[in-house]
Design a protein around this ligand. Structure first.
Ligand code: PLP
Length: 417
């Protein structure tokens, strides 16, 4: 049974799907239903064309050539920085550093800012909900510096528990690093409030925006944080591409992360001086094509409108949760209030192993994620080994939800539930 007729159309997902060549295929004899968007999103034709056009027409190294192709490549590379900055409301493009992704952006802050500023006895406040990318760099740094890690807990709806935030934030707290939207649950965290309270004790605030940049109408300066890390491949851009926004004063005071070509001003045998922002943090030949394609992705998302994308995902989320509520053995994790979550549904079906569920659905051409979602401490805190996760994006449709629910129904029968 489908309730599609009752769903108000926010985006014309059918029209949008036509922009994504990969979605036009069958997998295991069924039209592909791609619901693994929290892991990585698909790329529209505009992004694929930008990648090909760069290599076909402009390919050369940036910032150092006087020849025409190098000038064109440099212009395209910096134009892309402007497009991504514009999407996030960043006025000073020099504050936007290209990285390989959110992981590298967080490591940049950990090793550059962290090593220069953290001492034994200082504290870094994280949460039990973090992706490994926002845990392991701080563990490594704590081992190196003697700093201590503290953690915000979650409540029974897997929202951040801020009840003891005032106790956790002290004059010892030098950094607070928090995920904006949980990849494993879809929980949207009140980062603006956390940043304000962290600043009151003089702490620096990093927001892991890997899952908010693609799905929420993020205006980075209004979050009130000091660093914002994001990932290109989760927002219709290419893999191996992402970025870090940081406040100019902080970035300028930080030592370089990687050393090499392009990040220097002057090099002697024994010492060097460094280039101004952003090049100071972009050593070596960058992922030029990746930047150009991410610029195209930013333009594509801006053209559709991130408010519309969020509203579309919320509509699908509400429809999916309603339909899934009819499956008695299903446990859905995350906040009950849809306003507190993005288009991610993390769930278990009785005692069926999520990997078995993923395999059964894949046989029907439905791609979901099963596992710990790079959040092993969170899974342990929730008392589960792993979950199944369906995550939506702008090209998903109510029919995709129907296929998922039908697939879950077949899995139930198969496992005799
Ligand atoms: N943080 C969160 C919340 C994520 O979901 C991910 C990716 O799954 C990352 C960080 C790492 O991002 P990247 O793949 O760009 O390194």
């Amino acid at each position: 049974m489908s309730l599609i007729a009752e769903i108000p159309a926010v985006l014309d997902a059918e029209l949008i799907r036509a922009d994504f060549p990969i979605l036009q295929q069958e997998v295991n004899g069924h039209p592909l239903v791609y619901l693994d968007n929290a892991a990585s999103t698909q790329k529209p034709r505009a992004v694929l064309d930008a990648l090909a056009a760069y290599y076909e027409h402009d390919n050369a190294n940036v910032h150092r050539g006087v020849h025409t192709l190098s000038v064109r490549a440099t212009e395209a590379f910096e134009l892309a920085r402007g497009k991504v900055a514009a999407l996030f409301g960043i006025a000073d493009t020099a504050e936007l550093i290209w990285t390989r992704g959110a992981t590298e952006a967080i490591n940049l802050v950990a090793w550059s800012w962290g090593l220069a500023n953290l001492r034994a006895g200082d504290e870094v406040l994280l949460s039990v909900m973090e992706h490994h990318s926002n845990l392991v760099p701080w563990q490594l740094l704590a081992q190196r510096t003697g700093a201590k890690l503290r953690f915000l807990d979650i409540d029974d709806q897997q929202r951040l528990d801020l009840s003891n935030l005032d106790e956790l934030l002290t004059e010892r707290t030098k950094l607070v690093s928090i995920v904006h939207v949980s990849n494993a649950l879809g929980t949207i965290n009140p980062v603006r409030e956390i940043a304000a309270r962290a600043h009151a004790v003089g702490a620096v605030v990093l927001v892991d925006g890997a899952q908010s940049a693609p799905h929420l109408p993020v205006d980075v300066p209004s979050l009130g944080c000091d660093f914002y890390a994001f990932s290109g491949h989760k927002m219709c851009g290419p893999t191996g591409m992402g970025g870090l926004w940081g406040r100019r004063a902080l970035l300028e005071a930080m030592p370089p992360f990687h050393g090499g070509g392009d990040m220097i001003e002057w090099v002697e045998l024994e010492h060097s001086t460094y280039a101004p922002l952003p090049n100071r943090f972009e050593a070596g030949t960058p992922h030029i094509a990746g930047a150009v394609a991410l610029g195209a992705a930013a333009e594509y998302l801006a053209g559709i409108g991130r408010d519309a994308i969020l509203a579309h995902e919320r509509t699908l989320l509400a429809y999916a949760l309603e339909r899934m509520s009819g499956i008695p053995e299903l446990t859905v994790f995350g906040p009950r209030d849809p306003a507190e979550r993005s288009g991610v549904i993390s769930f278990t079906l009785g005692d069926v192993h999520p990997h078995d569920l993923g395999t059964i659905l894949d046989a029907e051409g439905i791609a979901i994620r099963a596992g710990h979602h790079c959040a092993q401490p969170l899974m342990r805190r929730m008392g589960v080994g792993s979950t199944a996760r369906a995550s939506f994006y702008l090209y998903n449709t109510p029919q995709d939800v129907d296929r998922l629910v039908e697939g879950l129904g077949r899995a139930r029968k198969l496992f005799g539930l």
